[in-house]
Ligand binder design. Sequence first.
Ligand code: GTP
Ligand code: MG
Length: 364
Amino acid sequence: MSFKVGIVGLPNVGKSTLFKALTRKQVDIANYPFCTIEPNVGTVAVPDFRLQKLSDLYNSEKIVPTVIEFVDIAGLVKGAHEGQGLGNKFLSHIREVDAICQVIRAFHDPNVIHVDGKINPISDLEVINLELIFADQETVKKRLASLASELKGGKEKALVKTNETLLKIKDGLEKGVMAATMELNEEEKFLVKELSLLSLKQTLYALNVSEADIKAEKNEILKKFNLPLDPEKVILVSAKIESELAELPPEEARNYLKELGLEESGLDKLIRASYKELNLITFFTAGPKDSHAWTIKKGAKAPEAAGKIHTDFERGFICAEVINWQDLVNAGGDVGAKEKGLIRLEGKEYVVQDGDVVEFRFNV
Ligand SMILES: Nc1nc2c(ncn2[C@@H]2O[C@H](COP(=O)(O)OP(=O)(O)OP(=O)(O)O)[C@@H](O)[C@H]2O)c(=O)[nH]1
Ligand SMILES: [Mg+2]
């Protein structure tokens, strides 16, 4: 199961253009709002230079990168929670993703229709965030109502605490605060997890800027458009440039990037930022057959990581042989690493680290 990032935003802002460039899938892109109705789903390899190094070390037959899934969702408009535009159904597509990538139009092009008639990134941001908040208010209201009757049956502690948490969230939402920016502790987040609140999802902002702005400083652009966003969560992209890059063979794409004065494509930045936002890390398995990258949540222990490869590995987990990828490469392979005593034996409490190369031992 891979982690899912939902591409969300107003209609006609470049969501499908970005999605197509990301996934190289053929999808409908057109200069009219609500071109996308059913969500498009595609997986994207997470770029990772370490995998190539491991593959070189073992002369692996195959390289298997880890992937993230992107979902291109229909455009949202003001009033979506009341059924405006394509309405409610599409809010439910957002509910299913692990994180949101909100695409905000910041490019000028008189030929591309804006649903509000002019580009206004801050207003677009507010419209989308408000829709997420309205949808959450509805969800919270319903759950509070059902809780009220459950509480009549007895004051079970967890129910009482859930009720309190929901009232706190309700209060915040009424003030226009996204649940993600409310002060909720781990227990409170856990209690409301089943509701999949939209405004509680981790969110990245892809500012779809004009070609002329793509080399600008992020902070400058945020200031120019008056956007009150954490720069850490913002990626500047030009969907137009990305769609051109995606059409080119890799070598030509690299040259084109250089010509533009860019070190990395906006998409690579977006993929890596999504990975980070989801709190994901990568561990590797490597050998002559394949060099394989695997994704786990930060903090996952060795048996859970083993379970990513095969459920039998998790069930029969005995221990793991672990070494950092760089140490392994520096030692020239397992033999050198063993001689130097760099390979550790770790048990079931071991928290797997980003960049670990792991071999699991298990009973079947
Ligand atoms: N100039 C310019 N045009 C763009 C850019 N990104 C997208 N477009 C154009 O904007 C129009 C809408 O693009 P889509 O990718 O279909 O937009 P969307 O957000 O998926 O729209 P819906 O599916 O209707 O919600 C198309 O005509 C694109 O070619 C960009 O970076 N620059
Ligand atoms: Mg679309």
